[in-house]
Design a protein around this ligand. Structure first.
Ligand SMILES: Nc1ncnc2c1ncn2[C@@H]1O[C@H](COP(=O)(O)OP(=O)(O)OP(=O)(O)O)[C@@H](O)[C@H]1O
Ligand SMILES: [Mg+2]
Length: 312
């Protein structure tokens, strides 16, 4: 087995996340990795935490639309799921509707937590991971800033839940009074603690899966440019802060080195210079170099070509 995917030998379900700066090739590489996993006989689900619908484009399969698990290319081991931001939002609104006091108690903190919908999306992915019978779930994340917010969401939610459970314990009946005041349908009253406990439990489960060194890997995608190097350093530091294991770094879009085109030659020279820096800074990680293909990466032929280069 390829050393990048060695960890898949461990018993149990596996989670693979891809992240990096915008446009560096996350979706392409995540899709090619999903194909590889399916070819290894693993029942694979690729899903996107990015609201931009890119899986349907990369697999050239229009039936991959929000909220439904779809088989890809009649491959019995390969499935895709685009999270539907609207659906995730509905789920989140449903909680706020059911527990309006949550909104009041959390105040602006919750309202203004950017990416809270995607955050709940991530919790949903982990619930699937725990409940469904996938061998591998691959998560194609949104560009770095979003991903870091996303990964901080479980921590944010569990801390907030704990804080609110404490407030509730201290204020007890006072909170009940607020709760009852704001609750419209008295007959359907539910205890806010129920939601807080669920939120806390989901968040803790998510953190546990993300930081499980046997099951989970985060692959970083970058391009050989200085700005990408800086961003990758920040991303890796944050991932380490969350105890998330890094599976490797894909350095994408290398210009050809056997060309007569002066522009490509100049570009490649610069890329080689940057790659030296990359190998030095990230010497503790597995690194793969990926060429810039003539064609964009979508459809079976290109994805399989990319897969062969990634895992040759
Ligand atoms: N090695 C490559 N050779 C040629 N084209 C590539 C390569 N890698 C990615 N591309 C192309 O670059 C574009 C961006 O790739 P992709 O969508 O995979 O990046 P991304 O990181 O997921 O972007 P976003 O941040 O917008 O989600 C696409 O058009 C893709 O086909
Ligand atoms: Mg993408």
């Amino acid at each position: 087995m390829n050393e990048l995917l060695d960890f898949l030998k461990e018993e149990g379900k596996h989670l693979i996340l891809f992240g990096g700066k915008g446009g560096v090739g996350k979706t392409s590489i995540a899709a090619a990795t999903a194909i590889k996993c399916s070819e290894m006989g693993l029942k694979t689900l690729i899903t996107s935490s990015d609201p931009a619908h890119s899986l349907s484009d990369v697999f050239e399969q229009k039936s991959i639309i929000g909220g439904q698990i779809v088989e890809v290319w009649s491959n019995k081991n390969l499935f895709a799921l685009e999270t539907d931001p609207k659906k995730v939002l509905d789920e989140y609104n449903h909680y706020l509707e059911e527990f309006p006091e949550l909104k009041i108690l959390l105040g602006e903190e919750f309202e203004e937590f950017p990416g809270a919908n995607e955050g709940f999306g991530l919790l949903n992915i982990i619930r699937r991971f725990n409940n469904d019978d996938w061998d591998v779930i691959i998560v194609d994340t949104a560009p770095t800033g979003h991903t870091l917010k996303l990964l901080s969401f479980p921590d944010f939610l569990s801390k907030t839940a704990i804080k609110l459970i404490r407030i509730r314990d201290v204020l007890g009946s006072f909170v009940d009074k607020i709760t009852n005041f704001f609750r419209r349908r008295k007959a359907e009253r539910k205890d806010i603690s129920e939601f807080l406990e669920i939120a806390k439990q989901w968040s803790e489960e998510t953190q546990k899966v993300l930081s499980n060194v046997d099951l989970t890997r985060f692959f970083v995608v970058m391009i050989p440019e200085l700005l990408s190097i800086n961003e990758t350093q920040r991303l890796i530091a944050s991932l380490q802060g969350y105890n998330i294991s890094i599976g490797g770094i894909f350095v994408n879009k290398f210009f050809p080195n056997n060309t007569t085109c002066p522009f490509c030659q100049k570009k490649r020279k610069q890329q080689d210079k940057n790659f030296k820096i990359i190998k030095e800074i990230f010497q503790n990680f597995l690194i793969r170099q990926i060429p810039f293909f003539n064609d964009e990466i979508h459809g079976q032929i290109m994805l399989k070509k990319l897969k062969d280069i990634l895992f040759e």
